[in-house]
Design a binder for this molecule. Structure first.
Ligand code: UD1
Ligand code: CA
Length: 481
């Protein structure tokens, strides 16, 4: 490793017609991160000290995403607008035209495509090292594919020296049979690019400026000494590009496999791993278990020793150590405390805060509600806009009536209170510490601490009434059995 920095240019200005999408191609997500972000991330991880991202198609959407990603990593990505010419060569040329050369030095430039999200930082590092070790002006990655269709082919002479990259549409029949392809990762001396890029022409089948033609320019400039163009070989399954939705799906599968492997090697048990879907920024603590069909998205952070059972879907959820998420828990933008137990079939909506040792059971929906330590809502409830203290028991079928059609109101349940089953709390309302709400009560006024609220008519029993009713109904419908 040379350890020296380099510039990275990420080309993200293309139209991406083959995606058949209103969304610019480079914004399509892989494991929850836009493709352009993967290329940027790999460059930064490999040691890029300056980052330029070329935009044009959908620039109004792409630019803010690039800026936000840069900020999230603490780097400033310089946006460069591609000019009217089309093609990857035109995109690279835009950087040459749009940025000032570094006067005193001849830095290494790495060029990446924004539609190659799988490219690992290791290949970039290895390529920069090869360029420097061989004192070449241009270094390429080459790879082999059983079906090379669509990729540029590596054309070598009889001695095996690289002569050119030929695009699919410009290939002769013989050249089409070449299995060695161009994954689209380049390292070059800035001085070489400043000379070669302005010399590109549109004399090719696509009538575009092709970045790949810089190989021909480098070969043509061969003079004294060592190799001008050098290369490294890398397995293509780590470098696949995305031009259409099927390639997007395949790249997603590859990335999922990488993420699952990384978590498993970090001490997480993944049961039936192929069925688990993870986004890039998710963290999972050691000794946690993730069961079949679980989906973890966004900034979800799972602590140590957490059990995430079958079919849970979590987005931006923090789960503290030792919590149990039973099957089919769905949660978003919320916090689940230490040793809490949630589900099966619980729905935690944004701003739900579950304290330590809380229990939320089946068919409970919560929103913007906090539950203090050891409080429980075991069954069939809606708890919206609530502040629930510690050690509170919420019976089956409890509803926080938080919405009057206009405003949302808060239900307070103080420590140690007890809400009998099938009660409604018509907010704003407060149940005092240790108070008791009798089963089937509609609470419309505050309940004082240690008081009892009951609002239901007394029961009457009418003896023999059911039997008399039955015989009367039967006589009116004689054909019934
Ligand atoms: C390109 C390579 C091909 C290689 C393949 C690897 C060229 C001419 N061909 O083909 O040899 O095998 O990638 O995946 O480079 N872009 C711009 N501005 C443009 C056009 C494209 O910024 O005017 C960007 C796109 O946003 C995309 C990247 O460049 O991120 C690649 O463009 P694309 O059109 O997909 O090139 P390929 O046909 O895949
Ligand atoms: Ca492509």
């Amino acid at each position: 490793m040379s350890g020296k920095g380099f510039q990275a240019w990420v080309l993200a200005a293309g139209q991406g017609t083959r995606m058949k999408s209103a969304l610019p191609k480079v914004l399509h997500g892989i494991a929850g991160r836009p493709m352009v972000g993967w290329a940027m991330g790999a460059a930064i991880e490999a040691g890029a000290d300056r980052l330029c991202v070329v935009v044009r198609h959908g620039a109004q959407e792409v630019a803010p995403v690039v800026e936000a990603l840069g900020q999230s990593w603490g780097v400033s990505a310089q946006l460069v607008q591609q000019g009217p010419e089309n093609g990857t060569g035109a995109a690279a040329l835009a950087v040459v035209c749009g940025t000032e050369p570094v006067a005193s030095e001849d830095p290494v430039v790495v060029i990446l495509y924004g539609d190659c999200p799988l490219v690992p930082s290791g290949v970039i590092r290895a390529l920069v090292d090869r360029l420097e070790q061989d004192s070449a002006v241009l270094a390429l990655v080459t790879s082999r594919l059983e079906n090379p269709t669509g990729y540029g082919r590596i054309v070598r002479d009889g001695k095996g020296t690289i002569q050119a990259i030929r695009e699919q549409k410009d290939c002769s029949v013989e050249e089409q049979a070449i299995a060695e392809v161009n994954p689209g990762i380049y390292a070059a001396r800035a001085s070489f690019l400043r000379g070669a890029l302005p010399s590109l022409t549109t004399e090719n089948a696509q009538r575009e400026l092709l970045l790949t033609d810089i190989v021909d320019r480098a070969v043509g400039a061969t003079s004294s000494g060592g190799p001008v163009v050098t290369s490294i070989d890398w397995p293509m399954d780590e470098l696949l590009g995305v031009n259409d939705r099927w390639q997007l799906a395949q790249a997603e599968s590859c990335m999922q496999e990488r993420l699952r492997e990384a978590h498993a090697r970090n001490g997480v048990t993944l049961r039936n791993p192929g069925s688990i879907s993870l986004e890039a920024s998710v963290t999972i603590g050691e000794d946690s278990v993730v069961e079949s069909g679980v989906v973890l998205r966004g900034s979800t952070e799972i602590g140590r020793g957490v059990h995430v059972d079958v079919g849970c879907v979590l987005e931006n959820v923090t789960v503290e150590e030792g919590a149990q998420l039973l099957p089919y828990t769905v949660a978003r933008d919320c916090h689940i405390g230490t040793k809490a137990s949630v589900g099966p079939f619980a729905h935690l909506r944004p701003k739900t805060q579950l304290g330590p040792h809380t229990k939320v059971g089946n068919f409970v929906e919560m929103k913007n509600t906090s539950l203090g330590a050891y409080s429980k809502a075991g069954h069939l409830s809606y708890l919206g806009d609530g502040v629930v203290g510690e050690g509170v028991n919420i019976g089956a079928g409890t509803i926080f009536c938080n919405y009057d059609g206009w405003n949302k109101h808060v239900t307070h349940l103080e420590d140690g209170s007890f809400i009998g089953s099938d009660s409604q709390l018509v907010a704003p309302v407060r149940v005092g510490q240790g108070a008791y709400v009798a089963t089937g009560t509609t609470v419309t006024q505050d309940v004082p601490a240690d008081g009892l609220a009951i609002s239901r008519p007394r029961q009457q029993n009418k003896e023999g009434y059911a039997a008399r009713l039955r015989s009367r109904l039967k006589s009116m419908k004689p054909e019934a059995p």
